[in-house]
Design a protein around this ligand. Structure first.
Ligand code: PMP
Length: 301
């Protein structure tokens, strides 16, 4: 990974110079909240659903008990612009914004968090790229124990267990069920399936992250007159689906093949949403939803 400039503690520093104490609660206990926000390069840079990412970040900050005023959209855009120039970025990338505690303390620390914003180079998916998936024994964390709606580092240990289990079973990615036995989500993406032309996805009460991409996908399907069902999904329905795909800011639209299925081909509806999603993130369509923020680096004062 390149040693990019990042914004940390109110300064632009090389990534290797941004350090926190090893005994801080963030380093020890995964106490942090974060977002991964995609930026697509076309004629200009386009940031996807920035307002919604900042809203979820604010929600995570509140739910985890951090008392801090969130960065404004304007400040975020200024920092992004500077990072593009300093790092001479000319391609698609992703922005990681993380609030963390950089002082020594316990997991119950209520110290004022600091934040960093770091660019990570992330190319868009290619249309014929699919991943294999397997249902895991590892269950999704329950909203009654660790709220899966909070995008915090510690919650990803659940995803880690599931991912390691999936890999040990020969699959690329896991599909987790929740404690009630219904399909929940993958380790870093939400799940959709298609049956007889109907789009089905686990509802928000299935211990999932309130995914911004999931919301985008549902809206695109509805705008194109597909029937979408948000509800509890059984393992059997999932296994017997005609098509399945994952979605997320990083995963974008990722077709999945269950490891036990033979004769796999990426389905027609998965191909459709893949294309439409890319039109949406690059501001070529769905503009009345105001999902993209255009960043003009040359003409800015
Ligand atoms: N679920 C989990 C557990 C995730 O980590 C992610 C990635 N942020 C998603 C779903 C997808 O969320 P989004 O579409 O907002 O990126």
């Amino acid at each position: 990974m390149k040693n990019y400039y990042i914004f940390f503690n109110k300064n632009y520093v090389r990534q290797s110079d941004a350090n926190i104490p090893v005994l801080s609660s963030s380093s020890q206990f995964g106490l942090n909240v974060f977002e991964g926000i995609r930026v697509y390069k076309e004629d200009f840079f386009y940031i996807f659903r920035l307002k919604d990412h900042l809203k979820r970040l604010n929600n995570s900050l509140n739910l985890i008990g951090f008392d801090v005023e969130l960065i404004s959209k304007k400040e975020f855009l200024n920092i992004t612009r500077k990072l593009i120039i300093l790092n001479n970025i000319k391609t698609d990338f992703s922005l990681r914004i993380t609030y963390l505690v950089d002082e020594i303390g316990s997991w119950s620390s209520i110290k004022r968090p600091t934040f960093f914003i770091a660019p990570l180079i992330k190319e868009r998916n290619s249309a014929d790229n699919y991943k294999t998936a397997v249902l895991t024994k590892t269950k999704r964390i329950s909203k009654h124990a660790m709220n899966p709606k909070i995008k915090c580092g510690a919650n990803y240990i659940n995803g880690r267990y599931a991912l390691l289990e999936a890999k040990s079973k020969g699959a690329d990615l896991p599909i987790l069920k929740n404690h009630d036995g219904f399909i929940s989500e993958s380790s870093g993406a939400c799940v959709f399936l298609v049956k007889n032309g109907i789009i089905i996805t686990p509802s928000l009460d299935c211990d999932i992250l309130e995914s911004i991409t999931r919301d985008t996908v549902i809206k695109i399907f509805l705008e194109n007159n597909y029937k979408v069902e948000e509800r509890h999904v059984t393992e059997r329905e999932f296994i017997e689906s005609d098509e399945a795909f994952l979605c997320g800011s990083a995963a974008e639209i990722t077709p999945i093949k269950l490891i036990k299925k033979d004769n796999f081909e990426i389905g027609r509806i998965t191909k459709f949403i893949f294309q439409q999603y890319h039109l949406a993130v690059t501001a070529k369509s769905y503009d009345k939803n105001f999902w993209t923020t255009k960043l003009d680096i040359e003409n800015y004062n």
